[in-house]
Unconditional design. Structure first.
Length: 133
């Protein structure tokens, strides 16, 4: 009588034992983290630093483009780098505060994901100055 192998199929032995002389060398598999682990690590890393999150050059281009719509093009407007940096600091502080409030709105609705209605509700509750003034 031939007995089974307890549900295990295939040939016996490890991959190294089954390898033939002409086979390519097997590389060890790369570590794969469980879903959410890398996201939590990234959140912790971002919460521990105080760097700006938006790149400086794209933000500077956006500020200059908006400034052009406020004044005629023939009046060239010059910007100090510190002025753009101050605007960027204020904009990022505003956005971080808005997302914190939006996250609270989503949690209150028993959700984990922020939706557009959470941001709208947070802005409506904050009022005109957005809680920063």
């Amino acid at each position: 009588m031939i007995r089974g192998r307890g549900g295990r199929g295939g040939r016996g032995g490890s991959a190294a034992q089954r390898a033939q002389p002409g086979d390519p060398i097997p590389y060890p598999r790369r570590r794969r983290y469980r879903p959410g682990t890398v996201a939590l690590r990234e959140i912790r890393r971002l919460q521990n630093n105080t760097d700006l999150l938006i790149r400086k050059l794209p933000f500077s281009r956006l500020v200059r483009e908006i400034a052009l719509t406020m004044r005629p093009a023939d009046e060239g407007m010059r910007w100090q780098s510190q002025a753009i940096l101050a605007l960027q600091e204020a904009a990022e502080a505003f956005l971080v505060h808005l997302f914190e409030d939006s996250n609270l709105c989503a949690i209150h609705a028993k959700r984990v994901t922020i939706m557009q209605k959470d941001i709208q509700l947070a802005r409506r509750i904050r009022g005109v100055w957005g809680g920063l003034g």
